[in-house]
Design a protein around this ligand. Structure first.
Ligand SMILES: [Zn+2]
Length: 332
């Protein structure tokens, strides 16, 4: 017989009620030790900090990106029912699918680098809670005007629409912008705006990228972008999609970008193409190659859309993979 035997939810509730009744009775006799404080109704600040060698890495949340209720073919070949089953198996809500937006700041000691700028404060297409990057940078004690390099994994709405403010000012006025030229050429080409989604993507990319053409540096596969940060071409999700290897004192972190979107489906069904891939087959190829490298070499990674803060590991599981979130720490 253990203490858990016979405990049901009903017993627990009755027990709690009994305890509070005793407390109330006792309260009239002795001074109560229970403080009463108003609810804060505010989430904790959205930043998480850790070290990679001597580099200081701060993950900054841009808030959640809501995809809506589970539906077929967000991941090609994954039915609505399959998607719901995956969510249930991972103890997640089944009424709506929400991804996180984990942008990364690296202070190398020489450069203050921001990877991806979030969706910006004005676009509400992804739900009311997206667009928190600037507020969370501030909460983390990082001045947007101190950032000297903005590095883009790719110029989709949720990664680059925060470069410019609505009034036409730059949110990161001293930064050079690094990205693949193939992505610049593709996403600023008006002829690619063939439907409403593409019109929004191309229109926003033009607004955020084109005024910065003179401060843009195009990166190539394998190039050291700033000391300690190397570009790794991972094309497919977009034509020039790039991940970045961050290395200091023999420690390594891969900033994955959008090589995977779901910590469940991208891992368990890695061959499922994502609805917004420019070239789904190439994206799958890049994903398998990257995940194989991460699992074989046990490299830590940070993923833009995985559950906050998106820091963890990819392990092999049968002929697919599994995501292992890193144990979060309260020390550096
Ligand atoms: Zn994305």
């Amino acid at each position: 017989m253990t203490i858990f035997d016979g405990i049901t939810r009903r017993n627990l509730l009755t027990g709690a009620l009994a305890t509070s009744t005793v407390g109330m009775l006792g309260g009239s006799l002795v001074e109560s030790g229970f403080a009463k404080a108003p609810l804060t109704n505010k989430p904790a600040p959205g930043f998480y900090r850790f070290k990679v060698g001597s580099f200081e890495v701060t993950v900054i949340s841009d808030g959640p990106l809501v995809l809506g209720p589970p539906s077929a073919d967000v991941f090609k070949g994954v039915s609505k029912e399959d998607m719901t089953k995956f969510l249930e198996a991972y103890y997640l809500p089944t009424d709506k699918v929400a991804l996180e937006q984990n942008s990364v700041v690296v202070n190398t000691g020489k450069n203050l680098v921001l990877f991806d700028t979030g969706v910006g404060k004005d676009l509400k297409a992804f739900g009311p809670d997206a667009g928190k990057q600037l507020a969370n940078l501030k909460a983390a004690g990082i001045n947007a005007s101190d950032i000297d390099a903005v590095i883009l994994t790719h110029p989709h709405a949720d990664h680059c629409f925060g470069i410019m403010a609505a009034n036409g000012r730059r949110n990161f006025p001293k930064a050079q912008i690094y990205m693949a030229q193939a992505d610049y050429d593709f996403w600023t080409d008006e002829s690619k705006g063939v439907n409403d989604v593409m019109k929004l993507m191309v229109g926003g990319a033009r607004k955020n990228l084109m005024p910065n053409r003179s401060r843009m540096v195009f990166v190539k596969d394998g190039q050291e972008v700033v000391p300690g940060i190397q570009a790794i071409a991972t094309p497919g999700h977009t034509v020039g999609h790039t991940s970045y290897l961050i290395t200091s004192q023999n420690q390594t972190l891969l900033n994955l970008g959008d090589v995977g979107h779901s910590h469940i489906i991208s891992l368990e069904r890695p061959k499922a193409e994502f609805a917004f891939d420019t070239d789904g087959k190439l994206a799958v190829e890049s994903r398998l190659k990257t995940f194989d490298m991460l699992s074989k070499d046990r490299i830590q990674m940070v993923a833009y859309h995985f559950p906050w803060p998106g820091v963890g590991y990819v392990g092999k599981q049968g002929d697919a993979y599994r995501y292992y979130p890193a144990a979060l720490r309260t020390t550096l």
